[in-house]
Design a protein around this ligand. Structure first.
Ligand SMILES: Nc1ncnc2c1ncn2[C@@H]1O[C@H](COP(=O)(O)OP(=O)(O)OP(=O)(O)O)[C@@H](O)[C@H]1O
Length: 364
């Protein structure tokens, strides 16, 4: 009988600027987001036992895996933590079934029980027909399926997925994503999914943590983090524009919104939970930004005069970026209007956003 796990993690690795404190409830799947070099892999390494933090404590289901004060560091293969990397990393000289059986063997299960576990898990990932094949006889998607079976065969309480779909081509990724969704939805184990892909975070995870410069910049449900992002990174991957500053509450003829750190006022709809002067963010989608060569009349609108920085074609639309204060803001317009406006980098234009399109939220 499988019971759900819970996990507390406190770990610091000063040489990497890494200092993280995190609690995960039973069966939760956590998307780990953040820019390159932020510390996502470091988090997985300390969880898996590959890296000892300089200070910290990791407790899984009441069992201490790491405790630097008490000198506890359970070795990787005894932690009930399994890792699925970007590359399947199968043993090239072993058939798929033996690769899968290796994990329970290494965790101390007998030969026969390990073989049975391998059979069960290969079947579960719909790869039983591949059991006798060697890794070089498998496609990327098939090999990743076998690697999923191997990760699960040791019956880990925590599964670490390090960009599990990144190395797969676009035709193989959806099936493996669906497989992982089934595996992770069971709620039987905690999982961490490092990803740069919003789709994966939405598809696979309940919660998201954003790591920036070794620290947790924000945490919450995936939907909240992506739809009401408080950190630059989350806003960027969600494709939204974000200006950080102080909340301004309306009243007595004054507009409400946010004053950015560099003094730009943004009219917006302020979340009911925000107080005047609170640290906040103004968030709006690129498609809500219209581009004009001369300032249009009328309110309630935000009109920002910007210098076009870049034009990037994305299918039938063009993403136009420019600086509002110190923040890069993107406007998404049709290719036709980009041509009509004669947009080139360096051109002076007006970005116009209706106040009703701007959401202002509190930020931690
Ligand atoms: N083996 C190592 N020795 C020393 N420093 C390291 C080592 N690996 C990573 N770092 C440093 O630790 C910090 C965090 O790196 P980490 O690999 O955890 O980031 P990441 O978020 O996984 O990045 P990416 O998205 O590029 O994989 C970075 O400053 C990195 O340079």
């Amino acid at each position: 009988m499988v019971t759900a796990s819970s996990l507390t993690v406190r770990a610091a690795v000063p040489a990497r600027g890494f200092d993280v404190d995190l609690e995960v409830g039973p069966g939760e799947v956590v998307a780990v987001l953040g820019p390159n070099g932020a510390g996502k892999s470091t988090l997985l390494s300390v969880l898996s036992g590959l890296l000892r933090p300089d200070s910290g404590r990791i407790v899984l289901d009441g069992r201490t895996l790491t405790d630097t004060d008490a000198g506890v560091s359970v070795p990787a293969h005894r932690r009930s933590v399994a890792m699925l990397a970007q590359q399947p990393l199968l043993f090239p000289h072993l058939a798929a079934a033996a690769n899968v059986a290796f994990a329970p063997r290494a965790a101390g299960l007998g030969r026969r029980a390990s073989r049975e576990a391998a059979h069960t898990w290969l079947e579960a990932v719909d790869a039983l027909d591949l059991a006798r094949r060697r890794p070089h006889q498998l496609s990327g998607g098939q090999a990743q399926r076998v690697a999923v079976a191997r990760a699960l065969a040791a019956d880990p309480r925590v599964l670490l997925l390090d960009e599990p779909l990144a190395a797969l081509d676009v035709s193989a990724a959806p099936a493996v994503r669906a497989l992982l969704r089934d595996v992770l939805r069971s709620g039987e184990r905690i999982a961490f999914v490092v990803t740069h892909d919003v789709l994966d975070a939405l598809a696979l995870a309940d919660r998201a943590v954003v790591i920036e410069a070794g620290h947790i910049a924000e945490a919450g449900t995936v939907r909240d983090v992506l739809s009401r992002p408080r950190s630059d990174f989350a806003a960027r991957i969600a494709g939204l524009n974000l200006l950080a500053g102080e909340v301004v509450r309306g009243g007595a003829g004054r507009g409400e919104g946010l004053t950015s750190a560099d003094g730009v006022f943004v009219h917006g709809v302020v979340d009911a939970h925000c107080g005047a002067g609170d640290p906040g963010v103004a968030v709006f989608a690129p498609h809500a930004v219209a581009v004009y060569t001369s300032a249009p009349e009328g309110s309630p609108r935000n009109v920002f005069e910007v210098t076009v920085r870049e034009l990037e074609a994305r299918g039938s639309v063009v993403l136009v970026t420019g600086a509002v204060g110190a923040t890069t803001v993107a406007a998404e317009i049709t290719a036709g209007s980009a041509a009509d406006l004669d947009l080139v980098p360096g051109a002076r234009v007006h970005f116009v956003v209706k106040a009703t399109e701007v959401a202002v939220h509190a930020r931690k």
